[in-house]
Design a protein around this ligand. Structure first.
Ligand code: ASP
Length: 324
C-alpha cells in the first residue's frame, strides 16, 4: 500500500463526518477550463487529471478550452465564475507571471482564485522544424545569428510558457526573432510539423512524441539534468547555453469564495488522481512526474504561487516587459 493509499484509507471514516455541503458535491459535471487551445501541453495535463478526478468524484470533469491572450481569457472566465466548485481552472507558470506582466486586466489575477493544489512541473525543450539545416544547438545558435528575423518562433501569447522561454532564448543570443502567437502550442505544433514555423520552445508534454517520431528536431531540454523520456537530448547547458534553465509548474484553481470544503474535496481528488499508476506512467512517458501529495494541497500551492509572483515581479520590472 503506498503512503497515499494508506492515508486515504485512514481518512475514510472522517469523510462520513464531512459537512452536508461537501457530501452533496458534485451533483453535476464540473467544468475544468484550460486557458489554451486543445491538443497542447496544458490540455494534455488537464485531460489526464480530469479523467481521474471525475472517476474519483463519481461524475465527470469536462475540459473546456478557452484559449487566447496568453492564458488570460480562460483565467478570467474562472475568476468571474460562480464560486460553487463547478468551474475550475488548470493553469501553469503564467499564474505567477501574469500579475506583473499585464497592467490592465478585467479580473483580479492574484485575489480572484482559491488555489486547490499543484499538479506537476514540466521541462521545456527547444525545438525546430524537421528540415532546419542546424543539426544541434551550436549550429542552431549560428543559424539564428545569421538569419535573425528571417526565422520565426511560435508561442502561445504573452505570458505563456513558450513566450517566456522564447524570450530567454532570444535574450541569451541577443537576437530578435519574428514571433508568431497562437491560442496554444497545440496548433503551433501542427505548423511546426508542417514547416510554416521554424522554432518553438515548448513543454515535453507536447514535444516528446514528435521528437521521438522525427517529425520535428529537438535541440535541447531546458532543465539542469536530462529527461529520461528523451535520453539523447542534451541539456541547454551541455549543448553550449550555460544557465539556460526553465521549467513549467501547473496548478488547479477555483474562483475566490469557493467554500473551503469544496476546495478540500477537489484537492483530495487531485491527490488521488496523481497517485493513479497509469497517470504516473503517462506523465513519465511525457518527461514529467506528479508533485507529492503535500504539494497538491491548497496551502502548499498558495505559498508556492505567492513566491513565484514575487520571483517574477522584479524580473519583469527590470526588463519593462509589460504586455500593454
Ligand atoms: N501551455 C500552453 C499550451 O497549452 C503553451 C504555453 O504556455 O506556451 O498551449
Amino acid at each position: 500500500m503506498s503512503q497515499l493509499t494508506r492515508r486515504a484509507a485512514l481518512a475514510a471514516p472522517l469523510a462520513l463526518a464531512t459537512p452536508a455541503l461537501a457530501q452533496a458535491y458534485p451533483t453535476r459535471p464540473i467544468t475544468m477550463i484550460v486557458p489554451f487551445a486543445a491538443g497542447g501541453p496544458t490540455d494534455t495535463v488537464a485531460r489526464l487529471i480530469a479523467q481521474e478526478m471525475g472517476r474519483d468524484m463519481g461524475g465527470s470533469v469536462v475540459v473546456e478550452n478557452v484559449g487566447g491572450a496568453g492564458g488570460t481569457l480562460g483565467a478570467q472566465r474562472v475568476a468571474t465564475a460562480r464560486p460553487d466548485g463547478y468551474t475550475i481552472l488548470c493553469h501553469h507558470i503564467g499564474m505567477g507571471v501574469i500579475p506583473s506582466l499585464y497592467r490592465r486586466l478585467s479580473y483580479d489575477a492574484v485575489n480572484g482564485f482559491e488555489p486547490i493544489g499543484m499538479i506537476t512541473e514540466v521541462p521545456m525543450t527547444i525545438v525546430g522544424k524537421r528540415d532546419l539545416p542546424a543539426q544541434n544547438l551550436a549550429e542552431l545558435v549560428a543559424l539564428v545569428r545569421q538569419r535573425r528575423e528571417g526565422l520565426n518562433m511560435a508561442n502561445a501569447g504573452i505570458g505563456a510558457a513558450s513566450h517566456l522561454c522564447g524570450l530567454l532564448f532570444q535574450s541569451a543570443l541577443g537576437v530578435p526573432l519574428t514571433t508568431v502567437p497562437y491560442r496554444g502550442t497545440g496548433p503551433a505544433m501542427n505548423d511546426l510539423v508542417g514547416g510554416t514555423i521554424d522554432l518553438m520552445c515548448d513543454q515535453t508534454t507536447n514535444t516528446t512524441e514528435q521528437i521521438r517520431a522525427g517529425t520535428i528536431r529537438g535541440y535541447a531540454v531546458t532543465t539542469t539534468t536530462r529527461v529520461s523520456s528523451l535520453p539523447e537530448l542534451p541539456t541547454a547547458a551541455e549543448a553550449g547555453m550555460p544557465g539556460f534553465a526553465v521549467s513549467v509548474w501547473h496548478g488547479l484553481y477555483a474562483p475566490r469564495g469557493t467554500p473551503a470544503e469544496i476546495v478540500t474535496r477537489l484537492s483530495t481528488s487531485l491527490q488521488k488522481a496523481l497517485a493513479v499508476p497509469a497517470l504516473v506512467q503517462r506523465f513519465n512517458d511525457l518527461g514529467t512526474a506528479p508533485v507529492t501529495a503535500e504539494q497538491a494541497t491548497p496551502a502548499y500551492h498558495r505559498q508556492f504561487w505567492t513566491a513565484d509572483i514575487a520571483r517574477w515581479r522584479p524580473v519583469i520590472q527590470a526588463a519593462s516587459a509589460y504586455a500593454d
